[in-house]
Structures are given as C-alpha cells and as structure tokens.
Design a protein around this ligand. Structure first.
Ligand SMILES: Cc1cc2nc3c(=O)[nH]c(=O)nc-3n(C[C@H](O)[C@H](O)[C@H](O)COP(=O)(O)O)c2cc1C
Length: 322
C-alpha cells in the first residue's frame, strides 16, 4: 500500500495515513490540531477535552478549528454499561456533526447507532477491534473501516500480533488501520507493507512538544524499552499498558484479592470496572500534570522502543514518512 493510494488519505482528504489515536488524558487540543496540521489526522478524546483540558465540548472543537482547518476525528467509547455516559456520547456525536467532524472512531460497544446517525453526512466510522469476533460485529453494524489494536499497543492493548491480526481481518474486506507498536519509520513502513491502509499512533505523540503531558512522562517514554511495558488492571480494572516505573515496581501491577474477585465475577464485574474507571480518571489526570511528584502512572505501548527524543509533531510525521 503506497501512501498516495491509501483509503484514509483519499476519503479523509489528508496527506499521510497517520492517525493520532485518542488518548485519555493526553489528547490536549493543541496536540490534536498539530497532527492534523502536519498532514495526519488528530482524534479528539471527549473526556480529555472537557475534564482534563477544561473546554466545553463545542467550544473545544471550535478552539481546535482556530489552530487547524484540516480534518479532525472524534473518539466515542460506546460501552452500554452506563446509560448516562452513552447519552453523553450521543450528545457529543450530534455536536461534532454540527461542527463538521467527518471521522469517528468508536470503541468498546456496538457502533450500529453511530453508523445510522452519521448516514448521509459523508462521515466515516472506524471501529477499534482486537479480534475477529468483535470485528465481525462491527462489520455487521456497517462501519467503514477497522482500527486493529494489536498486542504492542498503548492503552487497552490487544493480544494478537499485527501480522496475525491483519491476516485474520483482511478477509472482512474493509480498510484496516494498524494500531500499536509504531514509533519510527521502520515500523511505519512495515505496517503499510503488511497491507494496512494506515496507522494509528498514541505513545509516539505523547513524546512531542505539542503534548501537554509532564516532562517526566515524556522522558520516561524516551528512556523505556519494549521490555519495560507491562499490563496492569490497577487503573481501569481491565489490562492497560503502562511503563514499569519505580512507582509501579514498588506498588505492584496486580490487583488485590477482593478486587480480583469483584473484577472476575460476572455479577460484579461491571460495577467494579465502573468504580476503577472513574477513579483512574483522577489518577491519570494527576500523573499527566504532576509527573513523578504524583504517582508514575505513565500509559505507553511497546513503540517506546523506537522513540529516542521529544520532538515536534511535524518532525515526528516527517520522520515516519521520509
Ligand atoms: C495514554 C493513552 C491513552 C489512550 N486512551 C485511549 C482512549 O481514550 N480511547 C481509545 O480509543 N484509545 C485510547 N488509547 C489507544 C490509542 O488511541 C492508540 O490506539 C494506541 O496508543 C496505539 O498504540 P501505540 O501507543 O503503541 O502507538 C490510548 C493510548 C494511550 C497510550
């Protein structure tokens, strides 16, 4: 797949098939705008925009528009377990459409209602998936493409390698985007060579000048190797990739016995995950702003291996596509 002929570049009208994936709490509006301005597409994480970076949702989108006129995307976490949160997502989707957003990345639930809602607007819906079963459900819901989250990704990583995930999902016939493990030109080229139509990066863009994360967090990414990335359930109740910082080593990455019981029990797991998720919103926000002075909860994926300095978004993108 050449960059010029990617589905993403053609349908979104962007220069490079590079998405800066939504990141709670790291997606500050300046980072989103910088990626779009540099020829990729930045994706807004709505809780990050409103809760961490303190913008009203519509005003936040308009602020990004003052920084770039190029396409941006919106991430919607559409898990049904909280009715209130699902309603909020519907509201955000409506506002985003009014504000001219044409790219949506859904995760966690069934994206059928998002697909129906955007119909006729010319917008694209891509769904995050970690395996064939969930991918098929998203295809049945009518999505336009799949974000294939592999076992190297930051955030909630998958379990399957980029190669196998591509082979498993290519027969579904939709454009596939590789998410996870891309931090340099070599890994970028390898993903396109496999057949992916584009890539979604998170970790690489945290170590950028435009990301407002604390310098301790950025430096931890620069210093880390792939072997330093571990999974912990201590944050959201489901495995999240983090750097094995001194804080993590001292505290341990495993949840305690009672928490494990509550998280594994089908009757209590939704409640337990909800509790953990809400608590982690605060913990992650503090780590983002205060760095090592707080708790070193630094989410990152194995792409840290290819990241050796903090640089501007434009030079990161130039470095990838050179
Ligand atoms: C700090 C962090 C926060 C993330 N938060 C979200 C999120 O809120 N929603 C989402 O769909 N994906 C989230 N992700 C996943 C990214 O959008 C992207 O798929 C992933 O980072 C790609 O892997 P990489 O970090 O190796 O580049 C997050 C990733 C990171 C590193």
């Amino acid at each position: 797949m050449t960059q010029q002929h990617s589905f993403l570049t053609q349908h979104l009208g962007i220069e490079h098939p590079i998405i800066c994936g939504a990141m709670y709490p790291c997606s500050n509006p300046e980072l989103v705008a910088a990626v779009s301005e540099a020829g990729g597409v930045g994706v807004v994480q709505p809780i990050s925009l409103t809760f961490v970076h303190k913008h009203q949702f519509r005003e936040g989108l308009r602020y990004i528009r003052t920084l770039t006129q190029k396409p941006i995307g919106l991430n919607l976490l559409i898990e049904k377990s909280s009715k209130k949160y699902l309603e909020k997502n519907k509201e955000w989707l409506g506002i985003a459409l009014e504000e001219g957003v044409k790219f949506f990345i859904t995760a966690l639930g069934n994206p059928d209602w998002v697909v129906r809602r955007v119909e006729g607007s010319g917008a694209l819906v891509f769904h995050d998936t970690t395996d064939k079963i969930w991918a098929k459900k998203a295809v049945d819901a009518g999505v336009h493409g799949l974000i294939c989250v592999n076992n190297r990704a930051g955030g909630h990583a998958g379990q399957i390698s980029p190669e196998k995930l591509y082979n498993d999902l290519a027969p579904l016939g939709l454009p596939l985007v590789c998410a996870g493990g891309i931090g340099d030109a070599e890994s970028y080229r390898a993903a396109l060579k496999l057949g992916y139509q584009g890539v979604q990066l998170g970790t690489r863009f945290i170590a950028s000048t435009e990301c407002s994360a604390h310098s301790d967090y950025k430096q931890a990414i620069v210093n880390a190797e792939a072997a330093d990335i571990i999974l912990t359930r201590k944050l959201t109740g489901v495995p999240v990739a983090v750097i094995n910082t001194k804080f993590m080593r001292e505290r341990g990455s495993e949840v305690g016995g009672v928490a494990k019981f509550l998280l594994d029990n089908p009757r209590t797991k939704h409640f337990a995950r909800m509790f953990y998720s809400v608590r982690s919103l605060f913990e992650l926000k503090q780590s983002l702003n205060k760095g090592a002075d707080y708790k070193e909860y630094f989410q990152a994926g194995k792409s840290v291996a290819g990241i050796d300095r903090v640089e501007s978004v434009a030079s990161i993108i130039q470095g990838l596509v050179r």
